[in-house]
Design a protein around this ligand. Structure first.
Ligand SMILES: Nc1ncnc2c1ncn2[C@@H]1O[C@H](COP(=O)(O)OP(=O)(O)OP(=O)(O)O)[C@@H](O)[C@H]1O
Ligand SMILES: [Mg+2]
Length: 327
């Protein structure tokens, strides 16, 4: 199912975080949404998942208008996401982190869970099977019973993707999944994203600063800067687009620069992986700090939405202290 944004605008007070943005993510595509820090990428994810409501325009999944839907309903309609700031349940094991996502997908009623009836056991074991299968995809099956906090940063990001996949989404929104990954891990991530798309007929929207991943895996790319669309096209078109280069490099491109591509990417030394994963450089530390602060706020709100979804099956919107980040 296509995901379509038409003339979407979102203001925070006097700040236009997203301004008149339109694009269509084709069914079963891998679609990139990129731009410098503060460009509005996470805000777009927050609008699509219903954490915030857009002020103008429309967002549709297929023919379904998402605006009236609550975050839990949007999740049920088939949209799942990961967060820019990792949000795992630190006190739970790896596999438990996947199983909590299933509350929303549980066929068994609360009563049958309480009574531990057959349907409950069947559901529990089919969810466990699915969780183990997904952990296998991400090479994490052997860590199933370990605390999620014992995983490396890169593996925690993969675990978040696996958790989102437990909801059997039609559309998967990934917010900087390669952040902090080294070259080899990022190469692995590209394969895993393709595998997920091909195996589950998934549509993937990828927000990412790591150009090795963006250029290597996306079929189409939409570029935002200061909330507005500055370019749209294939990786080859985007890589050489003067407006994109200027936005990333903070100056007029001289015609010789290009964004790093898959082919250009070189394996960095083991040291400094984080820095190399974040190429090309953002426009300035101050801007990026502000953006991070704001998106942390946004993510907090989304975690609440997530929490609501997880609790929804039980009809308990108030319960629990979910969303406890391990990062
Ligand atoms: N809840 C909020 N309240 C106020 N301003 C916000 C909020 N969320 C985001 N913003 C602002 O909206 C703009 C876009 O932020 P957003 O987090 O969407 O950027 P981004 O493209 O995801 O950046 P980054 O690459 O740093 O994650 C920024 O100027 C940010 O400060
Ligand atoms: Mg962001």
């Amino acid at each position: 199912m296509d995901l379509t944004l038409k003339n979407v605008t979102k203001n925070f007070g006097g700040l236009r975080a997203v301004g008149d943005v339109s694009f269509t993510v084709p069914d079963r595509s891998i679609y990139g949404l990129i731009g410098p820090n503060g460009a509005g990428k996470t805000t777009v994810f927050n609008l699509v998942t219903g954490v915030y409501k857009h002020d103008e325009g429309s967002i549709h999944l297929g023919k379904t208008d998402l605006r009236p839907l609550k975050p839990a309903e949007i999740a049920r309609a088939g949209i799942a996401r990961t967060f820019q700031n990792i949000r795992l349940f630190g006190q739970l094991t790896v596999i438990e982190n996947l199983l909590v996502a299933c509350e929303i997908d549980k066929k068994a009623s609360l009563l049958s869970s309480v009574l531990r009836t057959k349907v409950h056991y069947e559901d529990e074991s089919s969810m466990r099977d699915r969780a183990l299968e997904l952990l296998g995809v991400f090479d994490l099956a052997h860590t199933a019973e370990e605390p999620s906090t014992s995983l490396s940063y890169g593996n925690q990001r993969r675990l978040e993707i696996a958790r989102a996949m437990m909801l059997k989404p039609k559309v998967l929104l990934l917010d900087e999944p390669a952040a902090g990954m080294n070259y080899g891990e990022a190469e692995g991530l590209k394969k895993q994203i393709r595998w997920l798309r091909d195996t589950f007929d998934l549509t993937v929207v990828l927000v990412e600063h790591n150009m090795q991943v963006v250029m290597g895996v996306c079929e189409e790319i939409h570029v935002l800067d200061h909330g507005e669309t500055i370019a749209h096209g294939t990786p080859d078109q985007i890589r050489n687009d003067p407006a994109v280069l200027a936005a990333y490099l903070g100056e007029e491109a001289d015609g010789t620069a290009t964004l790093a591509s898959d082919a250009d990417a070189k394996a960095p030394s083991a040291k400094g992986d984080e820095a190399s994963a974040k190429e090309p450089g953002a426009k300035g530390d101050e801007a990026s700090t502000k953006g991070d602060e704001a998106s942390a706020k946004g993510d907090e709100a989304s975690a609440k939405g997530d929490e609501a979804s997880a609790k929804d099956a039980k009809g308990d919107e108030r319960g629990g202290k979910a969303g406890e980040g391990s990062s």
